[in-house]
Design a protein around this ligand. Structure first.
Ligand code: FAD
Length: 318
């Protein structure tokens, strides 16, 4: 009996959800009383397997096939691993990649698939918590099957830490080339040349409180002073003041920086869905009752046009 958690990488780097599926996988394996196995497919499999050898991992299966994610390769490899090891659960991340191959794996294995879990309780019948309507409604899905597949929402579980002593072995796998119909030709950045806010350690994030585009240089100066990256709520992007890839939230990006400074952002559920996993949240808002205050670790209840210049002066910007 096992839980098989599938990891992912892009352009030679393991993605954060790879370490999160380890934590969630361990939690599930403990509840089911089983081992945790990881699947590492493609790219620098040996290097990835070493890095993923975290506390609580019992075995790592590698498949040295392809450099980048490929739907057909992942589907075939994960299906073959599941057929060989008969895991109770196949656990995947609810990422762009996961959403691509998880349904195919579940279909090939004839297992129920529950997507986008934000929590689960596996004592007895597995109960999976999902969020709907931008986090306004929580539903519980009861999984009445002893073999199932599950995807977990990124940034809901912490990254696994510690060093493990998992057995790392190449999985005996023959790719059926004739069934590989897709090929990754390359990557195109959204807003080429722009930054990836999901990689930033410190985010200065702005909302409608900034009032007009002409005020952007003020917050850019703060971001410079702090060595931070600028992100925003949706209205800023809708207004065309920042590109779409700077948007945090349900229809933007999920971010988990060390520090998230929300300036003139109310904290609507759709925004919070994208940043609640931040380590430290600082809110600057004139409204002490703004919803962002419920999740802020620190708050400055004041006018941003007074606060931001003071912060810039304090932290040595121009
Ligand atoms: P507001 O809610 O207008 O808040 C502005 C805040 O600034 C207020 O709290 C106010 O007190 C404060 N303020 C004003 N002036 C000052 C000042 N001078 N100094 C300090 N504070 C000041 N939103 C997202 O952000 N990301 C998403 O991905 C997203 N996806 C969505 C998906 C759907 C399907 C829907 C329906 C909505 C989505 N939204 C998203 C929109 C979301 O519902 C909110 O409308 C949006 O987050 C509000 O942005 P805001 O906080 O910047 O603006």
């Amino acid at each position: 009996m096992t839980v098989l958690a599938v990891t992912e990488h892009r352009r030679g780097e393991l993605r954060d959800p790879s370490f999160e599926v380890v934590t969630a996988g361990r939690e599930l394996a403990d509840a089911l009383g089983t081992d945790l196995h990881l699947a590492v497919i493609g790219g620098d499999v040996e290097g990835f397997a070493d890095r993923l050898n975290r506390e609580g991992v019992d075995a790592i299966h590698t498949v040295a096939e392809g450099e980048e994610f490929n739907h057909d390769v992942y589907t075939q490899a994960v299906t073959a691993m599941a057929e060989a090891h008969d895991p109770d659960a196949v656990l995947m991340a609810n990422t762009v990649n996961g959403l691509d191959y998880a349904p195919a794996v579940a279909g090939a294995l004839d297992r129920p698939l529950v997507t986008d879990a934000v929590a689960f309780d596996a004592d007895g019948t597995l109960e999976v918590t999902r969020e709907q309507y931008g986090g306004k409604v929580e539903t519980t899905v009861e999984v009445d099957a002893d073999r199932f597949a599950l995807t977990i929402r990124p940034a809901e579980w912490p990254a696994a830490e510690g060093t493990g002593d998992a057995e790392i072995a190449e999985f005996d796998f023959d790719l059926d080339e004739s069934a590989v119909r897709s090929d990754v030709k390359g990557f195109e950045e959204v807003g080429a040349g722009d930054v990836d806010i999901s990689e930033a350690d410190v985010l200065v994030s702005i909302g409608r409180g900034i009032e007009e585009e002409d005020n952007l240089p003020l917050v850019e100066a703060l971001a410079d002073a702090l060595g931070a990256t600028l992100s925003s709520s949706r209205p800023i992007v809708d207004n065309g003041w920042l590109p779409k890839n700077r948007q945090v939230g349900q229809s933007g990006k999920v971010v988990t920086p060390d520090v998230y400074i929300a300036i003139g952002i109310s904290g609507a559920v759709q925004h919070v869905a994208g940043m609640k996993g931040s380590d430290t949240i600082i809110a600057v808002n004139t409204d002490p009752n703004a919803p962002i205050m419920d999740i802020a670790d620190y708050a400055i209840v004041d006018d941003l046009f007074d606060v931001v210049p003071e912060l810039i002066e304090e932290f040595g910007g121009e």
